[in-house]
Write a protein that binds this ligand. Structure first.
Ligand SMILES: Nc1nc2c(ncn2[C@@H]2O[C@H](COP(=O)(O)OP(=O)(O)OP(=O)(O)O)[C@@H](O)[C@H]2O)c(=O)[nH]1
Length: 392
């Protein structure tokens, strides 16, 4: 399963984001919230379900009136502080956890109400722009430290006659989650001496930065927009980096209210509707939230998760079915599965994602919309419904 890590300074709102995003909406998923451990849970990206094109909606628990929720793993990496790579704060352990993630959401306090260490200060008194780069810097320095730690081994290997620096670097990088394509791109983007003994600290740091950029893309969640000075959010949005305004607290309140039957709201909606008996205080709070959502296009929590998967990682959703005309699996369930695959994936990749042991059993694939056979090299598109024809 794709894995998204929430990182950022203490008190930026990571745990609130995590709780909101992993809170099962009883109406969407009628199975219990799957806790893997305290900081690792299941959340969802939202997309349009292909069942919207048909008369009847699909039977999946993860589809609500055509809003399709596709599971991903969410990690809550406790607060990082500047100097973490040297073991400051809770330090390295959390940087280590980030290596398990495919993409990072850097949660910052856009209200400027927490200082560089994450301690509460008056709203507006800390500049949130200062909180953006430090995660990248900490990760780069920490990775550079690991590369440095491995370097003696690389130098030793270089004495062997069949030494190939690129092979050794590729092996090291795969440990950080770099795919062979990433490795090729990283090595192409760098200039470095062939002889490892001549490498300087700068060469190793440049390598670390490239690895981080390729393997850990980051989107910033500019959190606490409900209380942030608007100018702060505007300045953040002007940066040449992906930034999504969020209110994690708002999303948590909405999910709770929806669960309690007070409102109609599905994660990612930009509006809410009060449908239950609410107190005056609840009405005022909900109306305030509705205003924030109108201004920023929702609470941003779903938008940040979606941005991480569909924009930064460039994944798409494909729907494997067994019956190409009814769009069902073997038991008659309509569009039971939605799978996230990298852009550029083919029907063969989908076949492997469905049955990892398909091997030579794959015969061909059918586009369920047109009922036509598609070529093995066809590049899947968002929302494709595909029947895999195999011998097993
Ligand atoms: N106004 C407002 N407050 C928020 C929002 N999100 C979180 N908070 C508050 O910010 C404080 C810190 O939130 P947490 O979620 O505990 O922060 P954290 O980043 O997980 O902190 P650590 O666990 O220390 O790393 C809490 O009092 C939250 O209620 C938001 O969107 N708006």
């Amino acid at each position: 399963m794709l894995s998204i890590a929430l990182a950022g300074k203490p008190n930026a709102g990571k745990s609130t984001f995590y709780t909101a995003a992993t809170m099962a909406d009883v109406d969407v998923a009628n199975y219990p919230f799957t806790t893997i451990d305290a900081n690792r849970g299941v959340s969802y990206v939202r997309t349009e379900c292909p069942c919207l094109e048909r008369e009847e909606r699909c039977t999946s628990d993860e589809c609500r009136d055509g809003k399709r929720y596709v599971p991903i793993e969410l990690l809550d990496v406790a607060g990082l502080v500047p100097g973490a790579h040297e073991g400051k704060g809770l330090g390295n352990q959390f940087l280590d956890e980030l290596t398990n993630a495919d993409v990072i959401i850097n949660v910052i306090d856009a209200s400027g109400g927490t200082n560089e260490k994450g301690e509460p200060v008056d709203i507006g008194s800390h500049d949130p722009l200062e909180d953006i780069d430090f995660i990248e810097e900490e990760m780069d320095l920490w990775l550079a430290g690991i590369v440095e730690g491995n370097w003696e081994g690389v130098e030793r290997k270089s004495r062997s006659p069949d030494f190939d620096l690129d092979d050794v670097l590729a092996e090291m990088m795969s440990g950080f989650g770099a795919s062979p394509t990433d490795v090729a791109k990283i090595l192409r983007g760098l200039e470095y001496p062939d002889d490892p003994i001549q490498w300087t600290d700068e060469d190793r740091e440049a390598l670390a930065t490239e690895i981080r950029q390729r393997t850990k893309p980051i989107v910033v969640a500019a959190n606490k927009i409900d209380v942030a000075p608007e100018a702060n959010v505007d300045r953040l949005l002007e940066l040449d980096k992906p930034v999504i305004p969020t209110t994690a607290e708002g999303e948590r309140a909405l999910r709770k209210a929806a669960e309690g039957g007070l409102i109609e709201y599905d994660p990612g909606d930009t509006t809410l509707e009060i449908t239950g008996d609410v107190s005056d205080a609840q009405r005022t709070a909900l109306e305030g939230l509705a205003e924030t959502m109108a201004q920023w296009d929702g609470t941003g929590v779903q938008a940040a998760l979606n941005y991480a998967v569909y924009d930064l990682l460039e994944y798409l959703t494909a729907y494997p079915v067994q019956d190409a005309s009814k769009w069902t699996d073997g038991t008659g369930d309509v569009l039971p599965d939605a799978l996230l695959l990298p852009d550029g994936s083919t029907p063969v990749d989908l076949a492997y994602a469905v049955h990892s042991d398909i091997g030579d059993g794959y015969l061909h694939a059918v586009d369920a919309r047109s009922s036509r056979e598609i070529s093995d090299s066809y590049e899947l598109e968002e929302g494709d419904v595909i029947k895999i024809v195999s011998t097993n």
